[in-house]
Design a protein around this ligand. Sequence first.
Ligand code: CA
Length: 229
Amino acid sequence: MIKAKILIVEDEPAIQELLAFNVMQAGFHALRAEDADSAWQQIRSNFPDLILLDWMLPNTSGVVLAKQFRADARTKDIPIIMLTARGDERDKILGLESGADDYITKPFSPRELMARIRAVLRRHIPVMPEETVAADGLELSPASHRVMANGTAVELGPTEFRLLHFFMTHAERVYSRTQLLDQVWGTQVFVEERTVDVHIRRLRAALEPTEMDRLIQTVRGSGYRFSTT
Ligand code: CA
């Protein structure tokens, strides 16, 4: 599974450390910055999936930085969760008006913070319809998260599952790696194209015992296609 990258922008080392620890414990990658300049540096080299942004930062405040992110074409769609020590309603409104997706007041429980992160990330990942799809003896049910191949259960990781679902609902058409990234991973997630090949390989390996791997076809120079013919 691809780990989402969370950029933590916090100038207090102890709090930054605590946030990074919790983010990693929850299975995400933690990127760190202590001010606006280092935040932009991180964004240039490691595009994050979500930004945890402290309100009180030296020089450029979190509110101003959130507005900068929203005004920049590259960063305007990255979800932001604002962190603040101040809990009054006026600040909350200011934070959300600056472009933050959510808002959390210090001190916060790690569990609450992680729940907020997951909720915000979920809103930014493509939604999968619930209907079961079937093709050539292969059956995939998003509702129960199961795949059956001629009656045999196939175990798939979450990304392979999404990938197979996309293929089955878009059969007989060729998709480039970039198109697959946009459709399966979502446009907010910046991963390298060869990541697609890794997951195609895993998907084929999982389907191989039932010989369903033949349905996932490589189209030289173009990409991949799901085909029953
Ligand atoms: Ca601070």
